[in-house]
Design a protein around this ligand. Structure first.
Ligand SMILES: [Fe+2]
Length: 199
């Protein structure tokens, strides 16, 4: 089944600035996502989005939450409705009158799958963090010491091994870095210590 969304606009511009409260987002997250591995992945991506918005984009707390919320909910429908990923979560957030930028970020987090191009920095960073975060986490699980002492060169080695975390698309990772105009090494070094804080 195709996951193509078949449209490029999401939500309504009159809803700019409308976000879920943290409590509402967490309730939706826990209602929809049961698999603890997927929960962890989504929390990791949320953390990376918030840290990037804060440290690299110097955004205010409200906008940091916007980025974090997009990360927290980007795979919300994957657990129970994989055939409807990411159509279902977008429609849910549209019904809740959520900021169209959040909807667009979620819709464009896999341009090769959903057919929606990442446009702004939030879109591009969600795309960039998604797959790379998963590969780095898989690497932490095979290291006895987890994230402690993890280095760039170890991650790069795993990236080159096509059989390691084979479901992680190396093409998507490189494509995302190109679009975000971010050096892959810098992105890996940004992710390691921040992702280590989420468990
Ligand atoms: Fe994801």
């Amino acid at each position: 089944m195709s996951l193509l969304l078949g449209r490029n606009t999401f939500g309504n511009i009159s809803n700019i600035g409308n976000l879920l409260s943290k409590e509402e987002a967490e309730n939706l997250f826990h209602d929809w996502v049961i698999n603890p591995k997927l929960q962890l992945h989504m929390k990791q991506v949320a953390q990376l989005m918030r840290c990037w918005a804060n440290e690299k984009e110097n955004l205010n707390l409200n906008d940091q939450w916007k980025w974090e919320m997009a990360g927290l909910l980007h795979d919300a429908d994957w657990d129970q409705w994989p055939d409807l990923h990411c159509k279902k979560i977008i429609e849910e957030l549209e019904n809740r009158n959520i900021d169209p930028e959040v909807l667009h970020a979620i819709a464009s987090h896999g341009p090769l799958h959903f057919g929606v191009e990442p446009e702004n920095k939030m879109d591009k960073m969600l795309y960039a963090f998604d797959e790379l975060s998963g590969l780095i986490h898989a690497y932490s699980l095979m290291r006895p010491e987890g994230y402690t002492g993890m280095e760039l060169k170890g991650v790069k080695k795993r990236l080159k091994e096509k059989s390691f975390a084979a479901n992680v698309s190396r093409d998507d990772i490189q494509d995302a870095c190109n679009r975000a105009e971010i050096n892959l090494d810098e992105l890996i070094e940004f992710i390691i210590p921040r992702q280590a804080q989420v468990f």
